[in-house]
Design a protein around this ligand. Structure first.
Ligand SMILES: [Zn+2]
Length: 457
């Protein structure tokens, strides 16, 4: 009895969602698919290059190498390690033809807050991630800020308000780029190599919503360097769903997307992510194609403004339901609360390659390594916060096996010899008392490579 009641409730829910929104044939929350098609039509061969770029991002995200040089610098004779946060300036271009469209500053401020929370996994609803997905959640050390300097070097609050005579920017498929050009009634981007440009404008078409946003993905295509395309880099957000608790979200559809996560989703595309169901919803075998992200389950279609925990569109080994929590799904905003670990690594890869010019690095914590060794391609240091000794072979493939020994100052060996076979080896150091030690690295043949003083505190 209860079972059939539940089934009945589900069907009512599905029916009512479809009838509430009633636009599933035409409406999509995001115009990503159309962006790719538009670029393919303008630049034949684009899709192939885009796929290649995407595979590169995924490959890099899985590689072991870390950006050691970005977090470690030699200053005089003292070596510091840095924990860094990537800081990215954002400019909002508010295109309005009436005061209602001229969204208030507070929405843009809370939009930045939402982006930071979601990307750093500091969002207040992380507890809603289901237990079997919790360990897959990822975070990025990235901080979005409103730009404080405009392209001319003048102070700005990062909000560029432009009155326009254009009343709507939507098209039947939602990916009109006119808002990105002053000559077409929009506003030219600020240098896309230095800012993330976000155009906030009326994306309705024929009086109804078609897409809530779209973004241009990073690209390795040779045409990408032409100025007209570079000028289109950025994110477009419908003015009714910019920020959290936007009072303009007056329909059921918009109310289900009113936590500022349209921007989270579109920034995901901007940093190279695909939808988690791989946009193959129109193919016969929707479970064949994947987003190539290993820690998202296969998914056949996007959750069309639903939040149904039992949704499971593809069956696979070690089957799990669809990850409706994912920002790259089409689930309702209250349903969403995570990027996965591999998604964040993929976005990090994008930042370090295709979008490296946009990032500046802010030092959040500095650890002084108390030693005055020559900085060469081998480095041994002690990290007090985690009680670890780190042996690093910097930016170099290990072509010989090394051994590592630690002695106290009277020459007693403090632990078993450790074999160094990778770029970074972590040795637990909690059992070592405070004091000075001597770290010795030798080749497998016993040749001395490095002797270094180490202070454990
Ligand atoms: Zn999308």
């Amino acid at each position: 009895m209860f079972r059939s009641l539940k089934v009945l409730v589900f069907f009512i829910t599905v029916l009512s969602l479809d009838s509430l929104f009633g636009q599933s044939e035409e409406f999509e929350p995001c115009g990503h698919r159309h962006v790719i098609e538009d670029l393919e039509s303008r630049f034949p061969g684009y899709k192939k290059e885009y796929d290649k770029m995407y595979q590169d991002i995924i490959r890099m995200s899985k590689s072991k190498t870390t950006s050691i040089n970005k977090r470690k610098r030699r200053i005089k004779d003292t070596i510091y390690t840095y924990d860094t946060t990537i800081v990215i300036p954002v400019v909002f271009h508010i295109l309005y033809s009436n005061t209602y469209e001229n969204v208030e500053d507070s929405l843009l401020v809370n939009q930045i807050e939402v982006l930071n929370q979601d990307f750093q996994r500091q969002n207040p609803d992380t507890a809603n991630t289901r237990s079997f997905f919790k360990s897959r959640a990822g975070s990025m050390k990235v901080k979005f800020v409103l730009a404080d300097t405009d392209p001319n070097g003048n102070p700005t609050n990062g909000i560029n308000r432009v009155l326009t005579s254009v009343t709507s920017w939507g098209t039947s498929n939602g990916v009109n780029n006119n808002m990105k050009y002053t000559a077409r009634g929009g506003v030219n981007s600020w240098d896309p190599d230095k800012y993330i440009n976000v155009w906030v404008c009326d994306m309705t078409y024929g009086g109804t919503e078609r897409v809530l946003g779209f973004a241009y993905p990073p690209n390795s295509h040779p045409y990408w360097t032409i100025s007209s395309l570079k000028a289109e880099q950025g994110v477009v957000i419908h003015y009714k769903c910019i920020g959290r608790n936007n009072r303009r979200a007056t329909t059921n559809l918009l109310r289900s997307s009113n936590m500022g996560r349209v921007a989270t989703h579109e920034f995901g595309h901007y940093f190279g992510l695909r939808h988690i169901w791989a946009d193959d919803q129109n193919l016969a075998n929707r479970c064949f194609y994947d987003d190539f992200i290993d820690d998202t389950p296969k998914q056949g279609t996007g959750s069309n403004f639903s939040c149904y925990p039992q949704r499971n569109t593809c069956t696979e080994a070690n089957d799990l339901p669809d990850m409706i929590e994912n920002y790259m799904d089409y689930s309702t905003h209250p349903c969403q609360n995570m990027f996965t670990e591999q998604q964040t690594r993929a976005m990090q890869s994008t930042l370090e390659t295709y979008r490296s010019s946009i990032a500046t690095y802010e030092i959040t914590t500095t650890t002084t390594v108390i030693d005055t060794v020559e900085y060469d391609e081998m480095l041994v240091f002690y990290r007090s916060d985690k009680s670890q000794i780190i042996v690093e072979v910097v930016d170099k493939e290990l072509d010989v096996t090394l051994s590592f020994d630690l002695f106290n100052i009277v020459g007693q060996k403090m632990m078993e010899t450790v074999t160094i076979e990778k770029n970074e080896t972590i040795i637990p150091a909690s059992k070592f008392s405070q004091g000075q030690y001597i770290a010795v690295l030798r080749t497998g043949d016993g040749d001395l490579v490095k002797v270094q003083r180490l202070i454990v505190d």
